[in-house]
Write a protein that binds this ligand. Structure first.
Ligand SMILES: Nc1ncnc2c1ncn2[C@@H]1O[C@H](COP(=O)(O)OP(=O)(O)O)[C@@H](O)[C@H]1O
Ligand SMILES: [Mg+2]
Length: 245
């Protein structure tokens, strides 16, 4: 907490998170999980499928309270969450999906967001008329419309083809740089993390914890292939040392 009582960090301390199911032994998903992210920064949590990334986001978002530990949200505490599935209201147009999520937002602000994500021409379309890539962009616009203090993104590029994923990554990078929204993105793709994040949290084998933290000191706009390759090699060494997830 800063002096005025407002949190300047996202802080997660989960001593443990277990899943129990009838007749089976409880499964420990997270253990001694500690992560902190300064306000205005973009963090990426990297680990393969099944290692607890969605579990972590649900805990941070307050959707799962069955864990031992505590989460401190950045000052304001307003959350924008983009799930793996876009979860749009199917019977509402794109612009109405935004209006319902953010009734206090001005029409100008919503129009600017749609423009930033190149969605203006789809404002009156319904979710069923959109490709997955477009629907993801709407889900991101909707999360940003509430002017979140923290933006949580769960594998937003999964099941998009390479060109679309690259395009969406570039758009999110611009939004992070221009709006300075504290962002936590979870992904199984190291390269994606290097392209987007200021700090990368590498998850250990299950039960997951942050096994290594890598700072990306090169600004997003100045990232070159050589710098990204070097960072990737360093991260792979760290992951090797943890023996994967
Ligand atoms: N609702 C649930 N009940 C029981 N086990 C679960 C539940 N959700 C997730 N798990 C288990 O917890 C682990 C982490 O899952 P998850 O957080 O979805 O991983 P990730 O998002 O990294 O793929 C997995 O082993 C998964 O099977
Ligand atoms: Mg997941």
């Amino acid at each position: 907490m800063s002096r005025d009582g407002a949190a300047a960090l996202l802080e997660v301390r989960v001593s443990h998170k277990d899943y129990s199911s009838a007749g089976a032994r409880p499964q420990r998903a997270l253990e001694n999980f500690v992560l902190s992210l300064p306000v205005g920064r973009a963090g990426a949590v990297v680990g393969p499928s099944g290692c607890g990334k969605t579990t972590l986001l649900r805990i941070i978002a307050g959707l799962d309270t069955e864990f031992s530990g505590e989460v401190t949200l950045p000052a304001g505490g307003r959350l924008g969450m983009v799930f793996q599935e876009p979860r749009l209201l199917p019977w509402r147009s794109v612009i109405d999906n935004l209006r319902i999520a953010a009734p206090q937002a001005s029409e100008e602000a919503l129009a600017a967001l749609l423009a930033a994500l190149e969605l203006s021409e789809h404002a009156r379309h319904f979710p069923g008329e959109l490709s997955l890539g477009l629907a993801r962009r709407v889900a991101i616009a909707r999360a940003l419309a509430i002017e979140p203090d923290l933006l949580l993104l769960d594998e937003p590029f999964v099941s998009l083809d390479d060109a679309l994923a690259r395009d969406l990554r570039a758009r999110i990078a611009v939004l992070i740089d221009e709006r300075h929204v504290t962002t936590l993105i979870v992904t199984h793709d190291l390269r994606e993390a290097i392209e987007l994040a200021d700090v990368i949290f590498l998850l250990s084998p299950r039960p997951s914890r942050v096994g290594a933290t890598l700072n990306v000191t090169t600004p997003r706009k100045l990232m070159t292939k050589d710098v990204a390759d070097a960072l990737e090699a360093r991260a792979r060494k760290e992951i090797e040392a943890m023996r994967g997830c």
